[in-house]
Design a protein around this ligand. Structure first.
Ligand code: APR
Length: 224
């Protein structure tokens, strides 16, 4: 079976990484305009690097959970799984997943705003860092900010449209284009989330509960 999976911050919540819109979420502690927009970066690059340095350190200290591991198991089965994530952490890869499509970029990667060169980010980045390729002091985390284009949308949309099953896990469905992918699905769709997302009614099926409980059960059913 061809399965397209979209994950959000909720799948990494039980690994201790914050979500964005839950009551103690990142956007209740930081103004996203300051730390997740090109304008915010231009205004205060040191603050933005500090925000992502802390998230990168948290990510390195975190461990994949049973939900990440179950998805990796499914990906290594006979099913054809396309794994799309809005998350910038690397917990899917560290659980054994491969070809993960990071539509919002990755904390572990750096980007040069001057020449578009990309490389593995150091644990801590700062505005004085020079690009290893062009030398410009214009390095930034390789993450997609509000107002920027998500990565690999053509491949993502093609996979969702071709899927026999589209599954969204741990996302509030508040941010497009990710939240609109369910409309592209041509077959069955399933939402697995702690609580109904903003698009819950667009899915043909819904399961509510913590990802570390719900995802392994669902994967075991699919793998029969
Ligand atoms: N198990 C399953 N779902 C959970 C859990 C859990 N343990 N904990 C929280 N959730 C759910 C919440 O109910 C919520 O619906 O995960 C969702 C997290 O929603 P958000 O915090 O909005 O995260 P996400 O949907 O990934 O945000 C999308 O917004 O800010 C941007 O770029 C950022 O990629 C992010 C995008």
């Amino acid at each position: 079976m061809r399965i397209a999976i979209l994950t959000g911050a909720g799948i990494s919540a039980e690994s201790g990484l914050g979500t964005f819109r839950d009551k103690d979420g990142l956007w209740n502690r930081y103004d996203l305009e300051d730390v997740a927009t090109p304008q915010g970066f231009a205004h205060n690059p040191a603050l933005v690097h500090e925000f992502y340095n802390q998230r990168r350190a948290d990510c390195i200290a975190a461990r994949p959970n049973a939900a990440h591991e179950a998805i990796a198991r499914l990906q290594n089965s006979a099913h054809e799984v396309t794994l799309i994530t809005q998350n910038v952490d690397d917990l899917h890869e560290r659980a054994g997943a491969s070809q993960v499509i990071h539509m919002h970029g990755q904390l572990r990667r750096a980007l040069c705003a001057a020449c578009d060169h990309r490389w593995d980010a150091p644990t801590a980045m700062n505005p004085a860092d020079a690009c290893p390729s062009c030398g410009a002091q214009a390095t930034r985390p390789d993450v997609v900010w509000f107002g920027e284009f998500p990565y690999q949308m053509d491949a993502i949309e093609a996979a969702v449209m071709a899927a026999d099953l589209f599954v969204a896990i741990g996302t509030s469905a508040e941010v497009y284009p990710a939240a609109g992918l369910v409309e592209l699905a041509k077959a069955d769709t399933l939402e697995i989330n702690l609580a109904p997302s903003a698009r819950a009614n667009a899915f043909t099926a819904r399961r509510f509960g913590p990802a570390t409980e719900m995802v392994p059960v669902w994967v075991d059913e699919i793998m029969g």
